[in-house]
Design a protein around this ligand. Structure first.
Ligand SMILES: C[S@@+](CC[C@H](N)C(=O)[O-])C[C@H]1O[C@@H](n2cnc3c(N)ncnc32)[C@H](O)[C@@H]1O
Length: 257
């Protein structure tokens, strides 16, 4: 896939270990292999090393591999793919597409991703300013991350597909029952994206016995980590193992005919 200069939007060309545009804007590949195209000193620096470590330890145990397989089935080898907010590339690295770009704002995430996966070009950038041309991707994926609506519609080919993965109502319900006095189901809103229509929705789930310390790693990956009291968090430490439901919604969107 062609990469655009974040300053002037012209095409970036690779020479040795640098990407350069015709206006002379130059971006060096990091030693791990990712490309830093983030111009702004934004406050959002993506997930921090502690969050990345917890997610990595949990995911590498394979608990979510059935989700990865389900998404991979929606892809073709010949697809050009953008994984928006790819984190440390757990999913990206195994997707079958030959032409893959992963975008995230977390340096820690992209260091791991680009060290482990030479089949993908990882870009440090906001997903809300994708450094890629219009209509460049057959598939765009967002897994448990903010939806960059305008950029998705801009970068998606006319016959492309946007695949969104999010938790469904019952996702992690047993974990919530174990720590909260009043556990609640997740809200399941319909996602509406201007310029796209939903083609299909797939629900997948699996109940898995999770052991310590992966229960705490899993908790660290969730938004509950910011909203749960210290007292409730403490309860996690006494759980040795727990059957937990992993329930996901996969929405596939396309451009209207
Ligand atoms: C919950 S994680 C999901 C990561 C990955 N998709 C996965 O499921 O393993 C959300 C990711 O979004 C990234 N992120 C959040 N806001 C972002 C933004 N504006 N631009 C790029 N990445 C962003 C974070 O750094 C983090 O890696």
């Amino acid at each position: 896939m062609e990469i655009c200069c974040p300053v002037c939007k012209n095409k970036l060309t690779l020479t040795k270990r640098s990407y350069r545009c015709l206006n002379g804007h130059n971006f060096d590949l990091a030693k791990e292999g990712y490309l830093n195209l983030n111009l702004r000193n934004s406050r959002n620096t993506g997930d921090n090393p502690e969050m990345i470590k917890a997610r990595r330890d949990f995911l590498e145990k394979g608990y979510y591999s059935f989700l990865k397989d389900a998404v991979d089935q929606l892809l073709d080898e010949d697809d050009s793919l953008i994984d928006l907010a790819c984190g440390e590339g757990y999913y990206t690295k195994d997707f079958k597409c030959r032409d893959k770009v992963g975008i995230d704002l977390s340096k820690t995430g992209l260091k791991i991703a680009s060290k482990n996966d030479k089949s993908t070009l990882y870009l440090l950038s906001s997903i809300f300013r994708g450094p890629l041309p219009d209509k460049c991707a057959d598939k765009i994926i967002t897994i448990f991350a903010p939806i960059a609506e305008e950029e998705i519609v801009r970068m998606l080919k006319d016959d492309g597909r946007f695949i969104l993965v999010r938790p469904d109502r019952r996702h992690l319900i047993e974990l919530k029952e174990a720590i909260y006095d009043h556990p609640y189901l997740n809200e399941e809103k319909e996602v509406l994206i201007k310029g796209l229509v939903r083609e299909k929705q797939i629900r997948i789930s699996r109940t898995v016995n999770v052991e310590r310390p992966y229960i705490e790693d899993l908790f660290m990956m969730t938004p509950y980590v910011n909203t749960t009291s210290a007292k409730d968090k403490q309860k996690l430490k006494s759980i040795e193992k727990l059957d937990i439901s992993f329930c996901f919604l996969i929405d596939v969107f396309k451009k209207p005919n």
